[in-house]
Design a protein around this ligand. Structure first.
Ligand code: ZN
Length: 325
């Protein structure tokens, strides 16, 4: 991910996920964690790398293991002399030509430049863990069919800025390309992307043992409310919206095409202090790891993945009731 513009401290009560280990629903945090570990074990996965191809092959194999009908779609493209490949799978609902709800994450990891960043960037939380949750969501949604609309799960390449400091022109390349291509596809989207693809849920930087989810100011207010209500139903409302941040992330290209979007992201107070805001008194619990050598598998919590996956799963009927009827 992604870049923050202005940090804002909110007041209110703070709750953190406990290590109770109980599942929050049909999405398995243990399975999501195993996927995360497998993706991290590949090492750094910048665009065009052999490791990223292995990650795509892993996602493809895991989907096929759930059901051979879950065939991974691939969208290769080139930009700035680099090769990218977006991935997605379509889980059919009651009408395969009907409306679509999309959930996505980025599967590239940020490239480091020798001599400038002398560490291996594994990107466990940014965003292998979100990719692992997506694979597990595919299993839960395909087997349980919680809603009637088609659900498309997307793994984007090229989210990270190719330059170390964020460059708008050289970031969000996969999501931008996917959205522009689909919006122009009059066979799939005869009335434009948003008439059929009505809502997009983005997962990023999630899975830390001390999880929180920030209130992204680019997100749709109704979707923000739906996720807050769902978290409340799960007894975890304090995990959400302690802090605000307007995020530049893979949801923005969708928003530009009038798709309703939400970015579920745990960013505030993760950036090392020299790059980010001052640490507030209660922000000390939020260990910085963003774009550092510290973004490793040991930071990932099965309980947090369980919560995130089930939060999304349990929000689906509310999103359907709001935007798909
Ligand atoms: Zn990142």
């Amino acid at each position: 991910m992604a870049r923050i513009l202005v940090p804002i401290l909110l007041t209110g009560c703070l709750a953190v996920l406990s290590g109770c280990g109980a599942s929050h629903g049909p999405v398995s945090g243990a399975r999501a964690y195993d996927h995360t570990a497998q993706i991290c074990s590949l090492g750094p996965r910048p665009p065009g790398s052999e490791n990223l191809k292995k990650a795509a092959a892993y996602i493809e194999a895991q989907l096929a293991a759930i059901d051979p009908s879950l065939q991974l779609k691939r969208q290769p493209f080139e930009k700035f002399g680099e090769r990218f490949e977006n991935l997605w799978v379509e889980i059919p609902g009651s009408d395969p030509t009907g409306p679509i709800l999309a959930i996505g994450a980025h599967y590239d990891s940020k490239i480091t430049h020798p001599g400038e960043q002398d560490f291996e960037f594994v990107g466990a939380l940014d965003a292998a863990a979100s990719c692992g949750v997506l694979i597990e969501l595919a299993r839960a949604i395909h087997t349980q069919k919680p809603i009637a609309p088609n659900v498309w799960l997307l793994w984007f390449d090229g989210e990270e800025s190719l330059e170390w400091e964020w460059n708008d022109e050289k970031a969000l390349m996969g999501s931008t390309h996917w959205v522009e291509t689909m919006h122009a596809d009059t066979a799939l989207f005869p009335e434009g992307l948003s008439k059929r693809l009505r809502a997009f849920v983005l997962l990023d930087l999630l899975g830390d043992v001390n999880l929180k989810i920030d209130r992204d100011l680019e997100s749709n207010p109704k979707l923000l409310e739906i996720f807050k209500d769902t978290a409340s139903e799960m007894g975890k409302s304090g995990v959400l919206y302690r802090y605000e941040s307007p995020m530049k992330d893979d949801h923005i290209p969708f928003k530009r095409k009038s798709v309703r979007v939400i970015d579920l992201i745990d960013f505030q107070y993760r950036a090392p202090v020299q790059h980010g805001p001052n640490t507030p008194e209660d922000g000390k619990r939020y260990t910085p790891w963003w774009h550092t050598a510290d973004d490793t598998l040991d930071k990932v919590s099965k309980d947090s993945l369980d919560f995130v996956g089930n939060l999304v799963f349990r929000a689906l009927p509310r999103i359907e009731a709001e935007f798909y009827r």
